[in-house]
Design a protein around this ligand. Structure first.
Ligand code: LLP
Length: 413
């Protein structure tokens, strides 16, 4: 994402050094141009029915941009639903999913007349029917199916195996049909699935498509008028050089092989694929030390800023910015948090670094800022959106004093 002019790093036409002057590290930077290009490429290949999975990056500026690119929104909480509405998404282009929606959540989504509420259990279908009946409404719903497919991704981000908590088992279609036929306030019009995130094997998509086609046919044969088949997200992003190449055209090929003529529309709900590579995290070196022969660079970003390495063992490439030195050293890059797992990368070769130098953590546009926290009472990272030689700070964190103020001391203390 970085380009260099006279050895100075730029994002589009904006100098990284200029950003560091106006915003304290650590922060996230997104390239608008990169997002637009990736969205357009995805739409060109997979068609216009793309629902951006806003959990991957739900900054209001990013949502406004995604909406302007004519994407729909896939939301998984009332908070995300409110974000999508606030950013201007047409309710008719919002899908509400999630394995645990409360009565209040369902009522809110119903009230907003969104495109589809995707249910994930027989109990949820019953609850939604009773709420809709109470409110004298007829609600369009989808059912998220669990196709029992191993996406062969990190176990913590796999969602499509029978034993995962998500969706309703695909071999319970008869039970779903039987139930929805008794629901007088629900219209079952869609089925969906999502087998996991960061899936590189085309075979997994192929198997999913076949299962979903079989499921759609089964519903249709049982007299249910399925109009939408949502095939989930999960497209792979190349975080390391050694990661397998992922080709979205291959997904399209399998899609066309599987679904020739259909009575229903097909859609996808990617998050990571649309935005991961359009973001970086910029951090400064606070201090350095050698412990037990390991050269640590302690940076101001930590697992509170970007949790993916600590949580999933995920890899993010790290670049040195101030690379005047010709000497290369093996460094371990660690955050300031008091946890041994607060490590971004071990034993990577960088030019010799000094305190105050900047490092860039790559491909952090998805599941970066959204998963950040105030752990160790540190502020959340800022976010900057770059548009050519223009930029805007699109998130500025609460001061720690404000965060302290939110705690309430009981009268007996
Ligand atoms: N649809 C559903 C129902 C999902 O649960 C997800 C992601 C997506 C779509 C979008 O998946 P994507 O295209 O972004 O892979 N925090 C983890 C990723 C968790 C993904 C959860 N669900 C990470 O940092 O890798």
């Amino acid at each position: 994402m970085l380009n260099y002019k006279n050895n100075d790093p730029y994002i589009e036409g904006t100098s990284l050094h200029d950003l560091v002057k106006v915003c304290a590290t650590p922060f996230y930077v997104y390239s608008q141009e990169k997002i637009i290009n990736q969205v357009n490429k995805t739409k060109e290949i997979l068609g216009n029915n793309i629902f951006y999975s806003i959990k991957s990056n739900s900054n209001q500026a990013i949502l406004k941009l995604m909406n302007s690119l004519d994407l729909g929104a896939d939301v998984v909480s009332v908070g995300e639903l409110k974000r999508a509405l606030e950013a201007g998404f047409n309710p008719n282009k919002i899908i509400f999913e999630g394995v645990g929606k409360s009565e209040q959540d369902l009522l809110y989504a119903m009230h907003k007349n969104i495109r589809l509420i995707n249910t994930e259990s027989l109990e949820e279908i019953k609850l939604l029917d009773s709420l809709a009946t109470e409110k004298n409404k007829v609600v369009d719903i989808g059912v998220r199916l669990n196709p029992d497919i191993d996406g062969e991704t990190l176990s913590k981000i796999s969602t499509g195996k029978k034993t995962d908590k998500f969706g309703i088992e695909i071999d319970k279609i008869d039970k779903i049909v039987e139930l929805v036929k008794t629901c007088k306030s629900l219209n079952l019009v869609g089925i969906s699935c999502h087998i996991g995130s960061q899936i590189s094997k085309i075979e997994a998509f192929k198997n999913t498509f076949n299962q979903m086609k079989m499921a759609a046919n089964k519903f249709i044969e049982s007299g249910i008028n399925i109009k939408h088949v949502d095939l989930g997200g999960g497209f792979h992003v190349k975080y390391k050089v050694s990661d397998p190449d992922f080709n979205i055209e291959m997904v399209k090929k399998e899609l066309d092989n599987c679904f020739t003529q259909t009575e229903y529309e097909l859609s996808f709900e990617p998050g990571r694929y649309l935005i991961a590579e359009a973001g970086i995290t910029v951090t400064s070196i606070i201090t350095k030390k050698n412990n037990g022969g390991i050269n640590y660079l302690i940076v101001d970003a930590g697992m509170n800023t970007l949790i993916r390495p600590a949580m999933y063992g995920a890899h993010h490439e790290i670049l040195a910015i101030n690379s005047n030195s010709k000497e290369f050293i093996d460094y371990t890059i660690a955050g300031p948090i008091c946890e041994s797992s607060d490590i971004f990368s071990r034993d990577i070769k960088l030019t010799k670094q000094k305190i105050g130098d900047l490092l860039v953590i790559k491909n952090t546009g998805a599941y970066g800022k959204v998963m950040s926290s105030n752990y160790n009472s540190r502020p959340l990272p800022s976010e900057i959106l770059v548009n050519k030689d223009n930029y805007a700070i699109v998130f500025s964190p609460e001061k720690i004093e404000k965060i302290i103020e939110a705690d309430i001391i009981p009268s007996w203390l």
